[in-house]
Design a protein around this ligand. Structure first.
Ligand SMILES: Nc1ncnc2c1[nH]c(=O)n2[C@H]1C[C@H](O)[C@@H](COP(=O)(O)OP(=O)(O)OP(=O)(O)O)O1
Length: 164
């Protein structure tokens, strides 16, 4: 039987709402290497998902988020793999400190209209517009084993995401 183990992640999009810019990170190593992604990573034992979001942004871009807003929940399933990635998506528009490059991530601001989808995970094209317009959403994406093609997906807007 094909048992799947759920691994929990945070994924944080820092926004400059005044100038309509979004902070992405160029992943320099590990899973998703050479892609532009939101900041985030695996939930550690004994921390909440909000603590995970704040810690990962500090580790990856050297800034301290003042608050985060949960806006989405996505599950990624990869053919031939036992793990399911359960990703809690947050947006944030206030922080302290200076954004700077780290060992793992090179952060960079992008205008909302110039997001580099051709160098991002393919599913991002489906839900990025919802995230940028502060809509709440949930979805599932089943990827082929090559991690490039989406086999099936579902995606919906929701009124309330806090309980998921
Ligand atoms: N398909 C897709 N779209 C958008 N974002 C993501 C994906 N897949 C992903 O993995 N991600 C995001 C979710 C997470 O925020 C990161 C991956 O986290 P990862 O770098 O593996 O976790 P860390 O805990 O930072 O890893 P290490 O510190 O152990 O290297 O990408």
């Amino acid at each position: 039987m094909d048992f799947k183990i759920k691994r929990i992640y945070s994924l944080v999009f820092v926004k400059d709402t005044l100038n309509k810019k979004i902070l992405l990170g160029y992943k320099k190593r590990g899973f998703g290497k050479s892609k532009w992604i939101g900041l985030g990573g695996k939930l550690h034992p004994d921390e909440s998902i909000i603590e995970c979001a704040i810690r990962e942004v500090k580790e990856e871009a050297n800034i301290e988020l003042t608050s985060v807003d949960k806006i989405g929940y996505l599950e990624y399933i990869f053919e031939d793999e036992t793990n399911v990635m359960a990703v809690h998506v947050f947006s944030a528009d206030s922080y302290s400190g200076e954004i700077s490059e780290t060992e793992e991530i090179r952060p960079e601001w992008f205008e909302y209209g110039s997001v580099p989808f051709d160098k991002m995970w393919p599913d991002d094209r489906y839900w990025f517009h919802l995230m940028l317009s502060n809509k709440r959403f949930k979805g599932h994406f089943l990827y082929e084993a090559n991690l490039e093609n989406i086999k099936i997906y579902d995606l919906s807007e929701v009124d309330n995401i806090s309980d998921i």
